[in-house]
Ligand binder design. Structure first.
Ligand code: AHR
Length: 493
């Protein structure tokens, strides 16, 4: 038997909406084709950005969008991406397929995209191959409203008013593609670069330092010790890979063993947050510095017959479970985790959206983000879950994962539940303390096959449907029959 005690009147922490953030890199078909098609494209667009993508993203209420990379960020020179498009220089995208980048999507286009979808911009600066001056001038170009060389250049390029720059990353994966630095060296570089991210506009820029690769606790220790007081956020990158980096496994052709292994790897996020959080606690007990999980998600072998440098993969019910379980973990750590950015928005890794010419598919992961948006800026509710195990081949992981929040404006309580077990229905008895409710309603995302997914020919094969297996008794007891391999979101009011 699975049981849940939910304390509906004891919420103390806000789930930062930015936990539901996104990441779009100049990688494969994420920016070009997926988002930017140009003003002359036959694909309907607004100032070059696809209308179907704008509409699909808006429905997720994306709070924040990270750009331009990723590894690309540390080779990106922003001045190549402003001014008349026909005169912008071309460059080689060395990390991602060695293709030519024409710089048609640059600063103006990115801020336009953010405005159109309602996301706050999170720009990642070039530390690996850039200069302090270049980074400082980018901040001036974006944020300064008075007369200055960079503000005048922005005006000459067609934008009078400065933009707001809420978040700025000081390099990406500086331990790897961003310069192969040692933490001691990067900590000093961080301090130097961050000094010149000035407040030139209305808003102070929230500065994010490059954090660890997965379980590299030494990196976190050094960064917090040497640079913790100069940063607002420290990033963490962790990808769910069921196999090895050489043979990660297929996105669509897998058996139960790979399903199990994927979810087991995904659950490691909880331990990573706890252990990095414990180190941060020593240097920052007040939790001033946020842990920013600005790259996460599944990473499988690329779709056969696609460019291996483009990281295009399909997205199945398994990805939906990874998304739901990860988001529940982030919610649970909302006191420290105040932003997360799934990799990546369109056509790359665990995408929300796949495109093929003018066609667009919403993935199972998209539907999870759409369902979970009710947690954005809601109050996290404490809960105690006793769950059965999901056992496979002698190994176990928890079958259920749950998160709950209260929307302070409406008083509604939302519960998100994932059942990782593909074979067994979970009966769940919930005791609701501190409030009584009149109704329960919800939606569930599930299918009959582990690898169920949406295709361009059947784009709506997998989508949420009404959930009718929840019963409320005396307003304070809730019983649920949670289907195998499912993601459910309930509303209590
Ligand atoms: O998201 C793909 C890549 O993964 C990013 O560019 C890099 O930061 C990470 O290694």
């Amino acid at each position: 038997m699975n049981t849940l005690i939910l304390n509906a009147d004891q919420g103390a922490t806000t789930i930062n909406k930015n936990i539901y953030g996104h990441f779009a890199e100049h990688l494969g078909r994420c920016i070009y084709e997926g988002c930017w098609v140009g003003e002359d494209s036959p694909i309907p667009n607004t100032r070059g950005i696809r209308n179907d993508v704008i509409n699909a993203l808006k429905a997720l209420r994306p709070p924040v969008l990270r750009w331009p990379g990723g590894c690309f960020a540390d080779e990106y020179h922003w001045r190549d991406g402003v001014g008349p498009r026909e005169t912008r220089p071309h460059m080689i995208n060395t990390h991602w397929g060695g293709v030519t980048e024409n710089n048609h999507f640059g600063t103006h286009e990115f801020f336009d995209l953010c405005e159109m979808v309602g996301a706050e911009p999170y720009v990642c600066g070039n530390v690996g191959s850039g200069t302090v001056r270049e980074l400082r001038e980018w901040v001036e170009y974006i944020t300064f409203g008075g007369r200055s060389p960079m503000a005048d250049l922005r005006r000459a390029n067609g934008r009078d008013e400065p933009w707001t720059l809420p978040y700025f990353g000081v390099g990406n994966e500086s331990w790897g593609c961003g310069g192969n630095m040692r933490p001691e060296y990067y900590a000093d570089e961080y301090r130097r670069y961050a000094t010149y991210i000035r407040k030139l506009g209305e808003t102070r820029v929230f500065k994010i330092a490059c954090g660890p690769n997965g379980a590299d606790y030494h990196w976190t220790e050094v960064l917090m010790k040497e640079a913790g007081r100069h940063m607002d956020g420290l990033s963490l990158h962790y990808y769910t890979v069921p196999g090895t980096w050489d043979k990660k496994g297929s996105a669509t052709e897998f058996d139960e063993a790979e399903w199990f292994q994927t979810l087991k790897e995904c659950l490691k996020m909880d331990e990573l947050i706890r252990r990095h959080g414990a180190i941060m606690e020593r240097y920052d007990p007040d939790k001033r510095v946020a842990l920013i999980v600005d790259e996460w998600g599944t990473w499988f072998d690329v779709e056969p017959d696609t460019n291996p440098g483009f990281l295009y993969q399909q997205n199945t019910l398994r990805d939906a479970l990874v998304a739901g379980i990860s988001l529940n973990i982030f919610n649970a750590h909302a006191d420290r985790v105040r932003m997360a950015n799934i990799a990546q928005t369109i056509n790359v890794l665990q995408a929300m959206i796949l495109t093929d010419g003018p066609r667009l598919v919403r993935t199972p992961t998209y539907h999870v983000f759409e369902m979970f948006q009710v947690h954005q800026n809601a109050t996290l509710l404490p809960l105690r879950l006793e769950t059965n195990d999901y056992e496979h081949d002698g190994q176990t992981i928890p079958a259920l994962s749950v998160s709950a929040s209260k929307d302070e404006a409406s008083g509604r309580v939302h519960l998100s539940l994932c059942n990782a077990d593909p074979n067994r229905t979970a009966e769940l008895a919930c005791e609701l303390r501190g409030a009584t409710f009149a109704t329960v309603s919800g939606r569930v995302l599930t299918a009959d096959a582990l690898n169920a997914h949406n295709t361009f020919d059947a784009p709506d094969a997998l989508q949420p449907r009404p959930f009718d297996a929840a019963r409320l008794q005396e307003g304070a007891r809730l019983t649920l029959t949670v289907p195998p391999m499912s993601v459910t979101v309930l509303t209590l009011e």
